[in-house]
Design a protein around this ligand. Structure first.
Ligand SMILES: Cc1cc2nc3c(=O)[nH]c(=O)nc-3n(C[C@H](O)[C@H](O)[C@H](O)COP(=O)(O)OP(=O)(O)OC[C@H]3O[C@@H](n4cnc5c(N)ncnc54)[C@H](O)[C@@H]3O)c2cc1C
Length: 428
């Protein structure tokens, strides 16, 4: 009997999810990751001599069933918790006022949890958005209403990382239909950090199941013959595949395009700018939203505060120090309002992380989608596959789907013995 191995390229969330799916029933998986660590766009940075922080704050919702199930599988579900169970504190930087807003529409029954400016007429617009059947920008449904500022814009850039004037109403609607279910709108964050509370437990689970996670291994080229992959040309080795072996490319679209240039993939991206301030924070993390400011969200952890600016096209090329100084002046009063010592004139040590291709741009247009299995024994995964917002949830789902597609596919086996003739060095 020949062994059947699944070679997974990319150890971001999609690759880790695919590997967990493959190994769940005893399947054999090898992961190849170009970077020195797993996690991809979802990881903790530990600069030498600096303070550890996530590349950017990641939130999950209780609606994200697949992501939460992955956390459970790797024993990390309890590490994600709801920082603001009473509703999200929103600081209006223009008025200098803080109020709480419920994320679930059910909580709006309480006047104190309603988004500012919400009127009866807005409910009809919100319903049109939730059940959007035709593609159009989010802004064209909501219009210039006060709730654009207080609810729709923050929600759209948080979920789609694309401004409402361009963002796909249908993609947002997919997320909203999940979020409005009772109990689904609770916002969760990692207690300590993305690597400690998600990536490391996932890698440890995979290793315990016998999977190999090889870092520093960039896939340079796919070796293809007769419609199937026969080998992987990696940084320092070429791995030849057995007749029953499969490959999952869990990579961003631009890497898939480089490796398989005939495929049509999304080519436009949106940046996220993250600013991290080293300061005495809070033992129990808090999460604060902003309106009327460049800052959109702040996560307060024990020893730092992380600020997110999504859909950051307008600022990503600006001077980092100037952006950080502006944001500090904006957030200092809100930090004081939650009990921290923060003066607008005394900016703490700061680190700015610019993710220029944080996600694909999720505009109101048909995005190119290649077939999930473009070669007989190769499937694609990644947060950009499918019609859901590009998030941890979609990356988990895409990884699981790729594993399942290959598992159930007929005809992934090699037919030509000469395929094996190339110089080879086995994985693992
Ligand atoms: C700042 C920021 C904030 C975000 N906030 C949220 C949030 O709040 N909630 C949420 O759900 N999502 C959020 N996201 C999105 C989330 O991070 C992504 O959807 C998810 O991490 C994508 O995972 P992935 O595995 O599809 O891709 P990636 O994480 O990009 O993984 C791809 C992996 O492949 C590796 N690789 C690339 N080329 C090669 C090659 N040739 N050979 C081998 N390896 C290769 C990369 O190094 C990487 O590790 C955020 C993203 C960013 C950047």
């Amino acid at each position: 009997m020949t062994s059947r191995r699944t070679h997974i390229v990319g150890a971001g969330i999609a690759g880790l999810s695919a590997a967990l799916a493959v190994t769940e029933d005893g399947g054999e998986a090898v992961l190849y990751e170009a970077a020195p660590h797993a996690g991809g766009r979802c990881r903790t940075l530990q600069p030498a001599g600096g303070f550890a922080h996530d590349n950017g704050t990641h939130v999950l919702f209780t609606a994200n069933g697949r992501a939460l199930s992955l956390l459970k599988t790797v024993g990390a579900r309890e590490r994600w918790f709801e920082p603001e169970p009473q509703g999200l504190p929103l600081y209006d930087a223009r008025a200098g006022q803080m109020r709480r807003v419920g994320l679930s529409p059910w909580s709006w029954l309480l006047p104190s949890r309603r988004p500012q400016g919400l009127a009866l007429a807005d409910l009809a617009r919100i319903l049109r958005l939730v059940f959007a059947s035709k593609e159009c920008p989010v802004a064209s449904i909501i219009g210039k209403r006060p709730i654009m500022d207080s609810l729709i814009e923050p929600l759209t850039v948080a979920v789609l990382n694309t401004p409402p004037s361009q963002a796909s109403a249908q993609r947002l609607a997919c997320a909203l239909r999940q979020l409005i279910r009772p109990g689904a709108g609770h916002l969760l964050v990692a207690r300590n950090g993305l690597s400690e509370d998600l990536i490391e437990p996932a890698v440890a689970t995979l290793r315990a199941r016998g999977a190999a996670v090889l870092t520093g291994q960039r896939l340079r080229m796919l070796l293809v013959a007769n419609g199937r992959v026969i080998g992987l040309a990696l940084s320092d080795r070429t791995v030849m595949l057995g007749p029953d072996d499969r490959v999952i490319l869990a990579l961003p679209p631009y890497e898939v395009e480089r490796l398989l240039p005939d495929l049509s993939v999304p080519t436009r991206f949106e940046p996220i700018v993250n600013v991290h301030y080293r300061m005495r924070g809070l033992e129990r993390p808090r999460f604060v939203g902003f309106t009327g400011a460049l800052a959109q969200w702040a996560l307060i952890r024990r020893d730092h505060v992380s600020v997110t600016v999504s859909a950051a096209d307008a600022v990503v090329d600006q001077d980092s120090a100037a952006v950080a100084a502006r944001i500090w002046r904006e957030i200092a009063p809100a930090l004081r309002a939650v009990g921290l010592e923060a003066s607008p004139d005394r900016q703490p040590e700061t680190r700015v992380v610019k993710e220029k291709r944080a996600t694909i741009r999720q505009a109101a247009e048909a995005l190119p989608q290649p077939p999930v299995r473009p070669l007989a024994n190769l499937a694609l995964a990644g947060d950009w596959i499918g019609s859901l917002p590009a998030t941890i949830e979609s990356a988990v789902m895409a990884g699981e789907h790729a594993a399942s597609v290959l598992h159930h596919a007929r005809g992934t086996r090699a037919t030509l013995s000469k395929d094996r003739a190339l110089k080879t060095e086995d994985a693992a």
